[in-house]
Design a binder for this molecule. Structure first.
Ligand code: UDP
Ligand code: GLC
Ligand code: MN
Length: 328
């Protein structure tokens, strides 16, 4: 149906990898709807080209940041201020109805039936079930709603510093008004719930339709060995089977698109920031190391907090190499 779309967001190259897997998972499960990726200016041209192969529309948007460090600190996720950018999805008024999905989600079966639901439909948040989780939600694009949401952001702010807080305050009758707006949990199954209620996961988990890798550590932070089809290191906090499924989609459906786009040279010699997603894919797939590979963003954060890996990735020799590559 032309008037309906799945929408996601990626403000950097790491989340772009998530968006690639999500888009491919929707295609692999034969969605009949359009796919839209909202991206921020920091997403490299190389990532954009791959996203354009998967998505019908790749739209550049301004990054909105709550800058609300106090509330974000309570969630221990200072990086989530930029999730205000999600609110741009309401401007996609050339669609009559959309389903927003976080870039760290992946579908494991067709979910086109969600378009039968009305705004605002979402599944309960595993941490506070009277709130909905804003990783998957059905909405109706409208400039009026968009304006009201921005006003709410400016006047009341968000109780969690991110989009989920402001959306829950705005659609405040979600918990009580209409049960049809409660999506079953299988449309937004997060690992947290698996660990807090294992028997329920054993009973119902096989019905899962959307897996959400909620939390600080994401699938792209791990190292995958494509030969043995296994993930290196500890998979703490993440259901190993879903993690392997994510990597399976990445290596079988996304990497071929990267290779197709960049044939040999840039794919194998990536060293600039612009190519970081290709570089990471290449490192993670071809040269797996036994330890947990951290993303360049996380590495930067650690560096800024004074925890540089002086003997490893941040060694003087590596810094010098990087500087040389910029000077060339
Ligand atoms: N996001 C992004 N860049 C960021 C942080 C978040 O593009 O630096 C987007 C992305 O779509 C992501 C969503 O905002 O899936 C929500 O963030 P995240 O999934 O990390 O939050 P969680 O679900 O772990 O609470
Ligand atoms: C959450 C949601 C995520 C949202 C974030 C910030 O935990 O999973 O989608 O962006 O909170 O509000
Ligand atoms: Mn998420």
């Amino acid at each position: 149906m032309a008037g309906q779309a799945f929408v996601t967001l990626a403000t950097n190259n790491n989340y772009a990898k998530g968006a690639m897997v999500l888009g491919k998972s929707l295609r692999n499960h034969k969605t009949s709807r359009k796919l839209v990726a909202l991206i921020g200016p920091r997403v490299a041209e190389t990532s954009r080209a791959v996203l354009r192969k998967i998505y019908d529309e790749v739209q550049l948007v301004d990054v909105l940041d709550s800058g609300d460090m106090a509330h974000l600190a309570m969630m221990k996720r200072p990086d989530l201020g930029v999730t205000f950018t999600k609110l741009h999805c309401w401007t996609l008024t050339h669609y009559s109805k959309c389903v927003f999905m976080d870039a760290d989600t992946m579908v494991v079966s067709n979910i086109d039936e969600l378009f039968a639901r009305e705004e605002l439909s979402a599944a309960p948040d595993p941490g506070w079930p009277d709130c909905f989780n804003s990783g998957v939600f059905v909405f109706q694009p409208s400039y009026e709603t968009y304006r009201k949401l921005l006003t709410a952001c400016m006047e009341q702010g968000s109780f969690d510093g991110g989009d989920q807080g402001v959306l829950n305050s705005f659609f405040s009758d979600w918990a009580t008004a209409d049960i049809s707006r409660h999506l079953p949990f299988i449309y937004n199954l997060s690992s947290i719930a698996i660990y807090t209620y294992l028997p329920a996961f054993k009973q119902y988990g096989h019905n899962a339709k959307v897996v959400h890798f909620l939390g600080k550590l994401k699938p792209w932070d791990y190292v995958y060995d494509a030969t043995s089809k296994s993930v290196k290191g500890q998979t703490s906090g993440m259901q190993p089977n879903y993690l392997l499924q994510w990597w399976d989609v990445f290596s079988s459906s996304v990497v071929p698109l990267m290779k197709e786009e960049y044939s040999e040279q840039p794919f194998y010699t990536a060293c600039s920031e612009d190519n970081s997603h290709v570089e990471a894919a290449q490192m993670q797939l071809s040269h797996p190391t036994p330890s947990l590979q951290i993303s360049s963003q996380e590495r930067k954060q650690r560096w800024e907090q004074g925890h540089a890996d002086y003997l490893g990735m941040d060694s003087f020799a590596n810094i010098e190499k990087k500087l040389d590559s910029f000077l060339k």
